[in-house]
Ligand binder design. Structure first.
Ligand SMILES: O=C(O)CCC(=O)C(=O)O
Ligand SMILES: [Fe+2]
Length: 318
């Protein structure tokens, strides 16, 4: 059966129920696909026979970089740096997890376009991040061709600041500047999520949404859809660790941009200049097979050039 809506990921399409039988999905893949379609997330066992050894090596390699003493069980582990972005550049196990071929094949089937990983984050403790959807950081045209895969690198207890999410929130309006009546292009923010907190709160109340937490086993992974509202719960016990890796994926033949710093209706997009982690090749911004010119740097608001620290923070936060 042909898909009349190639501009929507298969698992986000209203036609998913009629298309799913003809996609050559195994029964496990069908379950994952249905969960994404209905709830906006899906849990699976990470398909890597060497995963335990990789996790051990990642912890050994990354631990000294967080400025936390992990050896003392009574130590507050949440005081240091809570994340390392793009450790795939120097750590081959982080790279192998991000570029896992079975995960790439699975995501490509679920979305209907080839997936590629473009960013990794490695956390030794809970992020304690407020509820947000990643689509304010990373979006695509056509929209929704982005997802995150969160991997538990140890068993996660309720006191370790587990991942939380609002099932079904992927169907809510996509959070954009247009939705909340602000301009984004050329602007400056401490965090790209800052302007949207009250709006997400309003949506949670309007939909009477109930949060779920993911008490993951080591080796379990969770895919979240671009617009799924999620975050990190408060870490009740700061002596615990909560090792995890998040890999963010985009899909081929899209325009990749940062909505928090864009005004889509005016054609002012903060475009991304991406390299796929899996093959090291650039993924130019493209629309229906047509490659766009390289992005121009947006002008800064006159007299308000942000400090170097702010610019670096903005880059790091995506
Ligand atoms: O691990 C968490 O607590 C949330 C991470 C997250 O939201 C992200 O990486 O996009
Ligand atoms: Fe996120």
């Amino acid at each position: 059966m042909t898909n009349i809506f190639p501009g929507l990921p298969l698992i986000e399409s209203p036609l998913f129920p009629t298309l799913k039988a003809s996609q050559g999905l195994s029964s496990e893949e069908q379950e994952i696909a249905t969960s994404l379609y209905e709830r906006g997330y899906a849990v699976f066992d990470f398909p890597d026979a060497d995963l335990d050894a990789r996790i051990d090596r990642i912890k050994r390699n990354l631990a000294p970089r967080y400025g936390i003493n992990f050896d003392d069980p009574r130590n507050d582990k949440t005081l240091g740096e809570r994340r390392i972005q793009d450790a795939w550049v120097f750590d081959e196990d982080v790279h192998a997890i991000a570029a896992n071929q079975m995960v790439l094949d699975l995501l490509s089937k679920l979305y209907g376009r080839r997936a590629f990983p473009f960013q990794t984050l490695n956390f030794p403790v809970g992020t304690q991040q407020d509820a947000h959807s990643d689509s304010v950081h990373f979006s695509s045209l056509p929209e929704r061709f982005m997802c995150g895969v969160w991997l538990a690198m140890e068993d996660i207890s309720a006191d370790a600041g587990p991942l939380f999410y609002y099932p079904g929130s992927h169907r809510w309006p996509i959070m954009t500047n247009a939705l909340i009546g602000r301009r984004g292009y050329g602007g400056d923010l401490h965090s790209a999520q800052d302007p949207y907190g009250p709006a997400w709160q309003a949506l949670r109340e309007a939909y009477g949404a109930r949060e779920e937490i993911f008490l993951a086993r080591k080796g379990q992974a969770l895919i979240w859809c671009a617009n799924l509202l999620h975050g990190g719960s408060r870490q009740a016990d700061p002596q615990l660790t909560r090792w995890s890796q998040v890999t963010h994926y985009y899909f081929d033949d899209c325009i990749y941009y940062t909505p928090a710093f864009s005004d889509e209706a005016l054609g002012r997009l903060q475009l991304r200049d991406l390299v796929a982690i899996s093959d090291g090749q650039p993924r130019p911004n493209a629309y229906l097979g047509e490659v766009l010119e390289k992005p121009a740097t947006p002008p800064q608001t006159p007299g308000r050039r942000p400090s170097l620290r702010r610019r670096l923070l903005k880059r790091l936060r995506g």
